[in-house]
Structure formats: structure tokens, C-alpha cells
Design a protein around this ligand. Structure first.
Ligand code: G3I
Length: 322
């Protein structure tokens, strides 16, 4: 059986994949992407980011985002919407504007009410704030933090809840899949948002991991438990990929990668609040990694030729919620 079918049979809501507009002309690629036994959920890898959706102030462009939202709708797949407030892929009119608290508050409210309003009813979840933490758990310096301080978290979550009360609202970040300073920072953000009277439903663990250095299953479970204890009702793996830090990969490396994917799956199945797993595209052909980490990659479940790798097969043995 295939990934989403197995995931659902094991009690998860979905197994999904990110995708991107440029890939949708690749027929062989799309045929696998839209197979709902394989993928029950999709995430746009770029199309809903601020840079593309509000490239100049007050001017909204939904064509690319709609293409992926429509694909999900046609196929009967859930859509995870990504992302509203992030320091990266932010147009310079936002990042370099000279703002007061009042004007930046208005900019954030306008962006969120328009974008979330446009997709109202179509997003299972929104990544409301993305990557707001440094590795040591302190707040990352960005235009939002510089002007608004830590009040921008609640501002964003309140605006999103007002625009689509039914979407699950997430804080999303990487290197928060195990316990440590950054995971503690996430707990702080969840508490901060809740204390401000705003709704936050979930924590998204991106999980951009490395073969052979994937956190232990128990540390992953402790991290998830800490988010639930802080007051979210769900957690999810939102951008999973497990890369080789040097290439080419070996047979034993591919077996290790399979074990690492299985460890993430098992951790999710062992935590009742873990509702789903999304891989950050499904094939090495379209992975972001080689562009960012030169010489690294082969992080996904299908290879460049869309052939299933050992990590795909390994998942079969490990679905089954305790
Ligand atoms: O749109 C331009 C296009 O006009 C131009 O011709 C082309 C030439 O390089 O670049 C295109 O933009 C690229 C964009 O992806 C769309 O393809 C950017 O250069 C490239 O940097 C961008 O990379 C994306 C990256 O986020 C940027 O931060 C990746 O595709 C995307 O997978 C990645 O996703 C992020 C998540 O949103 C947040 N978590 C980490 C994750 C991986 O970096």
C-alpha cells in the first residue's frame, strides 16, 4: 500500500508533499503527486509567500497560489498553507520600510486579512509565523521583531483567526524536532500567544534532517510532548527531508536514510497529537537542498528518475499507531 493510505490506516490525518508551480508541467511528476493513496495533502513550496503574493504594498497576486490550491481541491487533497509572517522571501518594501508600530501593525493586518481571507475555507492549516527563533532560542532579529517586539506573534495569530476561524494556526520552524534551547523557545512562543488571548493550534516541525544525525525517537517525542503541554492541540512534521551531507550516497547510506525516515514516522505515530507528515517535495529532482547546500542532497523518498528509494519501502514496516 501507499504512503497516505498507510498513514491514514495508522491513524494519521495525512501523508503529504510540498510542490511548486514550475513542476506542474512535468506530467510524470504530477501523476504521482495527485495520487491520493500516495499523498493526501499538498503544500505550496513558494507560491503563498509574501514576496510573491503581495509584491508591492496593497497589490495582491494569487495566480500561483491558486494554481496549487485548485490542484488540491480537484484531487481531494488537504492544503497546508505556507506562510504569512517570515523574515525571508519578504519583499524589500516590507523589510526595508521605515515603519512605526502603528504602520507595521497595519501592514501585517492587511497582508493577513487579505491572504487568509482569499483562501478562507481552503486551508487545513496556515503556517502563521515561520522561523522566528535563533538556534539558542532567542528571537530572531527581523523587521517585525525590531519594530513590534514579541507582540508581533499574537498580532499575526489574531489576524489569521479573524480571517479564517476554521483554519488550524501553526508556528513553524526547523531544528525544533528534538529537545534543546530552540525547542524551549517554541514553548515560550506558544505560551506568549496563548497568554495574549490569541488562538494557536499547532506546532510545525519542519524536520530538515541529515542522514545518520536524525534525532532519537525519544527526543522527538519529548519535543512534541512539550508543545502539547504548552497548549497546542496538534503537531505535525511539515517539511521533512533527510539529506546526505556528502554525495554520492552509498547502499548503506540509503539504508540509514530509511531508518531515519522510519524513526520520524514512529515518533509521530507514538504521539497522539501528531496529525501528519509532509515531505518537502517527494523527489530528489525538485529538492531545494542542492541549491542551498552545495554537494549535499538525495534527501527524499523518490530519486531523480521518480523511482522509489529504500526510504519509501521502509515506511511500510513502520506505520501502525500504538
Ligand atoms: O522565482 C524566481 C525565478 O523568477 C528565477 O528565475 C529563479 C532563478 O533562480 O529563482 C526563482 O526563485 C527561487 C524560488 O525558490 C522559486 O523557485 C529562489 O531563487 C529560491 O531561493 C527559492 O527557494 C525556496 C526557498 O524556500 C527560499 O527560502 C525553495 O524553493 C523552497 O523550497 C524553500 O522552502 C523553505 C520553506 O519555505 C521554509 N523552511 C525552509 C525551506 C527550505 O529552504
Amino acid at each position: 500500500a501507499q504512503l497516505n493510505k498507510l498513514a491514514k490506516a495508522a491513524g494519521l490525518l495525512y501523508f503529504g508533499s510540498a510542490t511548486d508551480n514550475g513542476e506542474l508541467t512535468d506530467t510524470n511528476y504530477v501523476n504521482i503527486l495527485k495520487d491520493t493513496d500516495e499523498f493526501g495533502q499538498i503544500t505550496p513550496g513558494n507560491a503563498q509567500k509574501w514576496q510573491y503574493i503581495e509584491p508591492s504594498q496593497g497589490s495582491f497576486s494569487y495566480t500561483s497560489g491558486d494554481q496549487i490550491a485548485d490542484l488540491a481541491k480537484e484531487n481531494g487533497q488537504l492544503l497546508r498553507c505556507h506562510t504569512l509572517v517570515w523574515y525571508s522571501q519578504l519583499p524589500s518594501w516590507v523589510s526595508s520600510g521605515s515603519w512605526t508600530e502603528a504602520t507595521l501593525t497595519s501592514v501585517v493586518n492587511t497582508h493577513i486579512s487579505n491572504v487568509v481571507g482569499h483562501y478562507k475555507g481552503q486551508c487545513y492549516a496556515w503556517d502563521v509565523v515561520n522561523e522566528a527563533l535563533n538556534e539558542d532560542g532567542t528571537y530572531r532579529t527581523n523587521v517585525f521583531y525590531n519594530v513590534l517586539g514579541d507582540s508581533y506573534f499574537a498580532l499575526a495569530f489574531k489576524a489569521a483567526a479573524a480571517a479564517d476561524p476554521d483554519a488550524k494556526l501553526y508556528y513553524n520552524d526547523y531544528n525544533i524536532e528534538s529537545t534543546g534551547a530552540k525547542q524551549a523557545g517554541v514553548v515560550k512562543i506558544v505560551s506568549l500567544v496563548k497568554d495574549a488571548g490569541a488562538k494557536i493550534d499547532g506546532v510545525g516541525m519542519q524536520a530538515h534532517l541529515i542522514v545518520g544525525s536524525t534525532p532519537s525517537q525519544s527526543s522527538q517525542q519529548s519535543a512534541m510532548a512539550s508543545y502539547v503541554a504548552a497548549g497546542v492541540t496538534e503537531v505535525a512534521y511539515t517539511e521533512l527531508d533527510i539529506r546526505f551531507s556528502s554525495l554520492p550516497s552509498t547502499d548503506s547510506g540509503l539504508q540509514q536514510q530509511a531508518a531515519d525516515y522510519a524513526s520520524v514516522t514512529k515518533a509521530c505515530l507514538a504521539e497522539a497529537a501528531c496529525i501528519g507528515i509532509t515531505i518537502w517535495d517527494y523527489t530528489d529532482k525538485y529538492s531545494w537542498i542542492p541549491n542551498t547546500f552545495s554537494g549535499q542532497g538525495d534527501a527524499l523518498l523518490y530519486d531523480f528518475d521518480l523511482v522509489k528509494k529504500p526510504a519509501w519501502t521502509a515506511r511500510h514496516y513502520d506505520f501502525g499507531r500504538d
